[in-house]
Design a protein around this ligand. Structure first.
Ligand code: ADP
Length: 296
């Protein structure tokens, strides 16, 4: 079983003829609501793949909060450790006819996740086979979860998104770090374009005690390194329609692969296959067909 400690959001998308200018009032032609937040997206992916998943985090004490909890539950995620507090996190997205977008992110309840709250659910983390983390909640809460897992020998996958610096102490506890190219560059302060640059950047993280690094490279696939091997895993060739949530699907599936005791390489292959499917579908949480499930 997998525990995800992370964020939940409601994504409010407004189609507009152009991005609204300062002082302008603009009519939106269409409105859509999606469930989001990196933590929730990753948990839902794992849940839909048939894994036992528990989510620790916050939703608002409002209607959106209830809708998010219902959605998590519908997608196979246990919400016993989800708390209602403050206002639900929101992404207010303008999507222009040109394809350009602009986003206001209101973290709301996600920024109210506390170390004490994580401590209350320590038992849940300790009894997991994998702990899956991202960086959309306060770093102090992420660190608390990582400390509990690492003291008890629970492997940790950290998706270091959105991009930011991470302390050496946290890095040393991570079993698998899953940055994209930009996040890897920010974490290491190194270039990450060529194979040689990826090799050097990943090596610097292994030297800090990270167990393995899996760099996601969009349509180029993934590059991975642990103390025994390194190399590319090609992406499946697909016609991408919407790449939102590709990284989240990848991380959710990677956690499921590891829970099944697959090797890191086989888990990456599984995650690549699933995320290539997800980019052919609209939205960050598309319904995942049963053919991808690990058990029925
Ligand atoms: P993020 O959304 O975090 O930036 P990426 O864009 O690197 O993550 O995508 C994560 C994974 O999704 C990639 O490693 C790859 O396996 C898959 N993927 C993303 N875009 C495509 C694409 N256009 N075609 C096939 N697979 C893709």
């Amino acid at each position: 079983n997998i525990t995800v400690v992370g964020s939940t959001n409601i994504d409010l998308v407004y189609l507009v003829p152009h991005i609204v200018a300062a002082g302008e009032t603009l009519h939106s032609t269409k409105h859509e609501l999606f469930f989001g937040g990196k933590g929730a997206n990753q948990a839902v992916t794992a849940g839909q793949l048939g894994a036992m998943v528990h989510f620790i985090g916050n939703v608002g004490a409002d209607d959106f909060g209830e809708q998010i909890k219902q959605n998590l539950q519908d997608k196979g995620v246990n919400i016993a450790a989800v708390q209602n507090v403050g206002i639900t996190g929101q992404a207010i997205i303008q999507l222009a006819d040109s394809g350009e977008n602009s986003i206001i992110l209101f973290p709301g309840a996600n920024f109210l996740v506390t170390p004490e709250q994580i401590e209350q659910h320590a038992e849940r983390i300790v009894s997991s086979e994998v702990l899956l983390l991202q960086l959309e909640i306060p770093m102090s809460a992420v660190e608390t979860a990582a400390n509990i897992a690492s003291k008890n020998g629970v492997p940790i996958i950290l998706n270091p998104a959105p991009a930011q610096q991470i302390s050496d102490s946290l890095l040393s506890k991570i079993s698998i770090l899953t940055p994209n190219e930009t996040e890897l560059a920010i974490l290491t302060g190194m270039k990450t374009e060529t194979e040689e640059e990826l090799f050097q950047a990943c090596s610097s993280l292994l030297q800090k005690g990270v167990g393995a690094v899996v760099v996601t490279l969009g349509a180029k696939g993934a590059y991975y390194m642990n103390h025994f091997e390194h190399g590319y895993v090609q992406a499946n060739k697909v016609v991408a329609k919407d790449t939102t949530g590709a990284g989240d699907a990848f991380n959710g599936a990677l956690a499921v692969g590891l829970c099944q005791r697959s090797s890191i390489k086989d888990s990456i292959l599984y995650a690549s296959k699933l995320s290539a499917y997800v980019v052919t579908q609209m939205g960050a949480q598309p319904a995942i067909p049963s053919s991808f499930r690990v058990k029925s």
